[in-house]
Design a binder for this molecule. Sequence first.
Ligand SMILES: [Zn+2]
Length: 129
Amino acid sequence: MSNRVFLCRCQKCGVQLEFTGSYEQFNDFMESKAFACRGGHTEQRSPRHFLKLITMSEPSPVTEWKPTDGLNYVDILDPLTTRVRNMQMDHLGSGLYIDRHTLTKYDYEEDAKGQRHYFEIRERRVIES
Ligand SMILES: [Zn+2]
């Protein structure tokens, strides 16, 4: 899994936080049940209520890339593939794409040759009580 660096700012106290991990891990973190800010306050709500994403880096290349188990790879950069699957791809920035028809997002792993291997993002939405 390729890692990105996510730079966020806490809208409550103003400190900046860096999160390193995949887009999926970042989403899981943002949906956590509680949030302990580096600025010194602890909240019983998810980070999503406090953190504003400022920048997201592109994933770091993987030197010896091989497909990750359990990921659904789709060659979304291939026009024939997207046409056959009736996908409407839209660039979200930093190499992230979304299919406007299914609202499925796609992230990629980059191998040492610079080739991008796109896969479906499984988003975990936690409903807060
Ligand atoms: Zn804070």
